[in-house]
Each structure stands twice: as C-alpha cells, then as structure tokens.
Design a protein around this ligand. Structure first.
Ligand code: URA
Length: 212
C-alpha cells in the first residue's frame, strides 16, 4: 500500500477551517468540495491515458486522453457523497458506483446496506472516496470487495486518516494489490469511540446535519 499525504498551504488552510467546530454545514460542504479537487489532482497522477490524433485550428498533433475502460469513482455512503462532485468535476467521464457501508456504533462492525457497482471490474482503475479513514474497517471491506471483483488498482481519497486505519489497511492489503491512499492529513490517533483526534468530528453529520 502506498500513502500520499498531500502537502500544500491551501490544503492546510482549508483543513483548518474544516476542523473548526463553528464552521457551518454550508461552508463545510464547500470546503470539502474544494479539498477533494486538490486531492484528486494528486490521486489521478497515474490514471491511464492513451494517444489520440487531434486537429487543432493550426495543425494535426498527437495528444493524450483518458483511456478506456473509464475509471470508476465509488463514494462510500453517506459521507463520501459529499466528495463526489469535487471528484467528478476533475474526472467528468468517470463512471460512478456506490457502496453503502456503515459502522454499528456499538459493535463497530461494518455492514453493507447498498451496492451499485458493475459486477465485473476487471482491469478498472477505481477511486474510492470517504472523508475519514478511522479504524479502516469500512475502507478495508470496500477495497477487498473491489479487488475481489477484479479492480486492478484502487486509490482511496480521504480528507483525514488515522494511523490505526492506515495500519489496518496495510495489514489487510499489504503488497497483494496496487492500493494507494491519498489524504490531506495523517492525524494523531483514535479516541475510545473511534473518532479521529484531533479530526473534525462526524463528517456525515457536519455535511448533512444529524440524521439517524
Ligand atoms: N468518521 C467520522 O466521521 N469521523 C471520525 O472521526 C471517525 C469516523
């Protein structure tokens, strides 16, 4: 597994506002969108391209375009939805699938409650979006699901990652597959309720208000 912590003053600034508990939902959503676009720029560095002949108004030239099969963007519901628009703005031709996974607050077990993905992901590049990599249970389950269906490489975009989650992911996938995590920050640790410290609280609640 590869880890890329994006390092940029604009990312630091946006993250500081995102972490602030007084930041209202509307501003929070806007900042998530902006941060995703910056992370997506890093995360798509190895997206596959192919040569095409283009006729400009002046001459004919060879350029590069996103290759087929198209990459797939998979938000983990519900908080990952808040990152979808920022991601598809940069990758407008990508296909979009959905995985609904949630953590049971008592058992901390992951359950899949929705799945809208092609059955066969053979050779596809997949971008999983989920704002918080906490215990890693959700992301491990999602990535194993995608690799089992043939995805050739998976890049996870997370706004904040905890060391515990990164370790869990490393132990689960190791060198078995081409998995990359791109994040804006690696935080300190998880608290006793598996929230990231310092973190930003519950990303889903802050994006959408509290809905159970
Ligand atoms: N999910 C969140 O939304 N926040 C955390 O800190 C951990 C998991």
């Amino acid at each position: 597994m590869r880890l890329h912590v994006a390092n940029h003053p604009l990312i630091d600034h946006k993250l500081s506002v995102l972490r602030d508990e007084t930041t209202p939902s509307a501003v929070f959503r806007q900042l998530v969108d902006e941060l995703v676009t910056l992370l997506a720029y890093e995360a798509t560095r190895d997206v596959r391209t192919e040569e095409v002949e283009i006729k400009t108004p002046i001459t004919t030239t060879t350029c590069r375009r996103l290759a087929e099969p198209r990459p797939i963007v998979v938000p983990i519901l519900r908080a990952g939805l808040g990152m979808l628009e920022g991601m598809t703005r940069l990758l407008p031709t990508a296909e979009v699938g959905f995985l609904g996974m949630r953590r049971d607050d008592d058992t901390l077990e992951i359950e899949t409650y929705a799945n809208r993905l092609p059955d066969d992901l053979d050779g596809r590049q997949v971008f999983v979006i989920d704002p918080m990599l906490a215990t890693g249970h959700t992301l491990v389950a999602a990535i194993e699901y995608l690799l089992d269906r043939g995805a050739s490489d998976v890049t996870a975009l997370c706004l904040i990652a905890a060391p515990e989650g990164l370790k869990a992911l490393e132990e689960a996938v190791g060198d078995r597959a081409n998995v990359t995590v791109v994040t804006a920050a690696e935080d300190d640790h998880l608290n006793e309720r598996s929230y990231i410290v310092p973190g930003l609280g519950d990303a889903g609640d802050r994006l959408y208000g509290i809905v159970d």
